[in-house]
Write a protein that binds this ligand. Structure first.
Ligand code: HEM
Length: 497
């Protein structure tokens, strides 16, 4: 997002701890960042933070979601917040410079968080769950599949899928657009990853992914491996879902392996993963991925690319429905660029800046990955405080994206925050829906294009409004990703074009 900077103003920050230790660091920013606001806690060994018991007793812990609690902690206790939960030290980082160190230089002190570690039982050792050095090798192998030239070919996939979805919509009706966005995102990732076209195949993948998704939260429970072995019907059904998905993916890998070497390139991600070689990998027996590794990467990409994008699109549609003026502006842009009937391609994406701004602002207010979490594996210091081994470190997109130091009137939907000029003035880690550093989302380019082309396809033809009796505030569910809690029922009307 924030690639080009034209001039820089160095700012000097002093990180001051309770005992008055000061660690000067020089950072370069286009505009000076507000100084770090790190406050001492009652116990001088830790920075300030909310006490667990009062929150329980006041009922706050039960009334709010975990995302709301992180937001209120940041607002009350400053840029580095400490609390304990379930016997663990937790450090919440709320300042762009702390987050930059967390994502980049300090990442050598981190492992995937407990949730991701447990998810290995279902996701295997794909990009999301693996540690270094495996992660770096896989990243080198998979990166070309997400190269800009490669994903340009997926523009048509996105707009075809969006056009097919909307052709089933009936004017004058209300339907759950979150369900539609989930199916759309799955179709797109299914086509981009496996070149899957046939409805049967898509439905088979959809139902396998569905069972798999309902299985996933279980994988995150402390005794998940024991629970998964329980001989109860729900467990059997969920295991069948996993087996089903594994079988489908393995069959596709085997079919591709069996194709002659001179078979035409299908242009999908799977063919890139199968062909990828790692020139730096001279020590390994093969510099290609094993079938097992490709399987794990496919499961990871299917799951990582499905719900995140669907949620971002759903929140964007909700925001458009409650901001008719923005919806009108997007409609005008879509008509000007595409005319009344032409489906967009990747070449249209740069000409849809307002669609991109709407998508960006939706991910500011409702970041699909609402917190990035890690476990500390070697003790180090943040702002003069020692982070113990085993501590959890959190960089909460949900809280930082609503920080009024960077986003005045932070709860207001305002896509103009992401015009090129205003975007360039934002500190890099004040806005990080795709994280950053070595773990930055590998498919960020694809996700931006998917967002803009889908929103333009919909807004060109349809007018979206909230149905009567819709609650004034959208309920959110900060689960594995941030979702609308009760789907997204929206009323549909055709525009006169
Ligand atoms: C709006 C949509 C999306 C958002 C907001 C998003 C966000 C993220 C974030 C924040 C991470 C880093 C997670 C962490 O460090 O713990 C990540 C990683 C990843 N994402 Fe996405 N993502 C999106 C779409 C996609 C799509 C469409 C795909 C695939 C087709 C994808 C594949 C991945 C993969 C494989 C990783 C792991 C990268 C690594 O660790 O090297 N994502 N994503």
């Amino acid at each position: 997002m924030h690639r080009s900077r034209t001039h820089f103003t160095p700012t000097k920050l002093h990180l001051i701890s309770e005992e008055g230790r000061a660690t000067p660091r020089v950072y370069t920013h286009l505009v000076p960042l507000p100084p770090l606001d790190v406050r001492p806690g009652r116990d001088p060994r830790y920075p300030a933070g909310p006490a667990f018991l009062p929150r329980i007793l006041s009922g706050e812990a039960f009334r709010s979601t975990s995302a709301d609690l992180m937001l209120s902690s940041a607002r009350q206790h400053g840029d580095l917040v400490h609390y304990r939960a379930f016997g663990r030290h937790i450090y919440q980082l709320n300042h762009p410079d702390l987050i930059r160190d967390f994502m980049t230089t300090d990442s050598i002190h981190h492992h995937r968080n407990v949730v991701m570690q447990r998810a290995r039982t279902v996701l295997g050792n794909g990009l999301l769950t693996s540690e270094e050095p495996l992660h770096m090798r896989q990243r080198r192998l998979a990166q070309p599949a997400f190269h800009r030239d490669r994903i340009a070919g997926y523009g048509i996939v996105i707009s075809d899928a969006a056009a097919r979805m909307t052709s089933a919509w009936q004017p004058g009706t209300t339907r759950d657009l979150h369900a539609d966005m989930l199916e759309l995102a799955l179709r797109i990732v299914g086509k981009c990853l496996f070149d899957l076209d046939h409805l049967d195949n898509i439905e088979a993948v959809a139902s396998a992914v569905d069972s798999f998704m309902s299985f996933l939260p279980l994988a995150f429970l402390p005794f998940s491996q024991t629970i998964q072995r329980l001989p109860v019907p729900s467990m059997r059904r969920l295991q069948r879902g996993k087996l089903h998905l594994d079988t489908l993916i393995n069959r596709m890998i085997a079919e591709r392996r069996a194709e002659p070497a001179d078979a035409p390139d299908r242009g999908d991600l799977l063919s890139m993963l199968l062909a990828a070689t790692d020139p730096e990998d001279t020590a390994a027996a093969s510099n290609q991925m094993s079938d097992r590794q490709i399987h794990d990467e496919c499961v990871t990409i299917l799951l990582a690319g499905h719900e995140t994008t669907a949620n971002a699109l759903s929140f964007a549609l909700y925001l458009l429905a409650v901001h008719p003026e923005a919806q009108q502006q997007l409609h005008t842009e879509a008509i000007a660029v595409l005319g009344p009937t032409r489906n967009p391609s990747a070449a249209d994406y740069p000409n849809l800046p307002f669609a991109t701004q709407v998508f960006a602002e939706a991910m500011r207010l409702y970041p699909p990955v609402w917190v990035t979490a890690r476990s500390c594996i070697s003790s180090y210091q943040i702002a003069g405080y020692t982070i113990p081994v085993g501590a959890a470190l959190l960089a909460p997109q949900f809280a930082v994206h609503r920080d009024e130091r960077f986003f005045p009137d932070p709860d207001r939907f305002d896509p103009s925050r992401f015009t090129p000029e205003r975007k360039a003035a934002l500190p890099r880690y004040a806005y990080f829906p795709f994280a950053g550093g070595g773990r930055q989302c590998i498919a960020e380019g694809l996700a931006w294009m998917e967002g803009a082309l889908t929103l333009a396809t919909i807004a060109r033809v349809w007018r979206l409004t909230l149905p009567p009796n819709a609650p004034a505030k959208l309920a959110i569910n900060p689960a594995i990703s941030l979702r609308p809690r009760h789907g997204l029922p929206l009323h549909l009307d055709l525009r006169a074009i």
